[in-house]
Design a protein around this ligand. Structure first.
Ligand code: RB5
Length: 148
């Protein structure tokens, strides 16, 4: 079964618990990287943990949640090989896998509710990368990354 890394800052402890429970109900293995505390914390730390868990192969995909989803997605995208998407609706979530082969999904615990988050997660997990011309474009992104 697929393994999903999940991480969050202090704003998203409840959201992470709800999403994590949903993933487990669906039969996914979940790798929780924190934060487990509601004390103020720094989203880059947990974004990096999710991202490194994915690029190391310890997890197949990652989910990273902060207040807006913005900061943590920026942090994830600094790790080579990560294509993190920050989105608040299911259409972009699905397309980000079909066209962009996103490997980390981010959203904001202060932006969307738990039920919408679960719908976005399901749409994202159930979509498949389409390859072909989309692979060419992803290769172009990797070239940008390789230029440093
Ligand atoms: C924390 O206050 C907040 O800045 C963080 O959760 C996130 O929204 C950053 O992008």
């Amino acid at each position: 079964m697929m393994r999903i890394a999940i991480g969050n800052d202090h704003t998203a402890v409840d959201m992470r618990e709800a999403v994590s429970a949903h993933l487990k109900e669906r039969g996914f293995e979940v790798v929780e990287v924190g934060s487990f505390s509601r004390e103020s914390s720094n989203y880059p730390e947990f974004g990096e943990k999710v991202a490194r868990t994915v690029v190391s192969g310890e997890a197949d995909l990652g989910i990273a949640i902060c207040g807006t989803g913005v900061g943590i997605s920026i942090a994830c995208n600094k790790v080579k090989g990560i294509r993190a998407v920050c989105c608040s609706e299911p259409y972009s979530a699905r397309m980000s896998r079909q066209h962009n082969n996103s490997n980390v999904l981010c959203f904001g615990a202060r932006v969307i509710g738990v039920e919408l988050a679960k719908m976005i997660v399901d749409e994202w997990l159930d979509a498949q990368f389409l390859g072909g011309r989309h692979q060419t474009r992803i290769d172009m992104i990797a070239e940008i990354e390789n230029k440093g």
